[in-house]
Design a protein around this ligand. Structure first.
Ligand SMILES: [Cu+2]
Length: 116
């Protein structure tokens, strides 16, 4: 009986490890260039990413102006992620920021040279 319990526990442990490994495999990471300027941008972008479907996590490097996004490829893709970034007012690689969203950003977060 004791052996059976140990076997069961071992099997459960192996199963959950496999499940975690499979889950980890199902995500992809993409690095997207943005037009971020400051810590407020970082908070804003990462918060927006948290609400996006299929995005597991995101981290913005302000110095490099690069957003690293981990996502589920069966739920979203880099183009959709770029569109989401553009829609809150930031450039995403070659995709330009949505002009209206950009203009609604605080002055310190707007891109240099985009004056009106
Ligand atoms: Cu900012």
């Amino acid at each position: 009986m004791k052996n059976l319990i140990i076997t069961l526990i071992t099997l459960l442990a192996i199963n959950s490890n496999t499940a975690i490994a499979q889950k980890a495999k199902k995500t992809k990471t993409v690095i997207i260039k943005t037009s971020t300027e400051c810590g407020m941008c970082k908070t804003r972008i990462e918060k927006a990413m948290a609400y996006e479907k299929g995005i597991v996590s995101s981290n913005l490097n302000i110095d490099k102006a690069e957003l690293t996004v981990t996502y589920k490829p069966h739920k979203t893709d880099p183009d959709k992620i770029r569109l989401a970034i553009s829609s809150i007012g930031y450039d995403a690689d070659n995709l330009k920021a949505n002009q209206k969203a950009h203009d609604d950003l605080p002055d310190c977060c707007q891109k240099d040279g985009m004056n009106h």
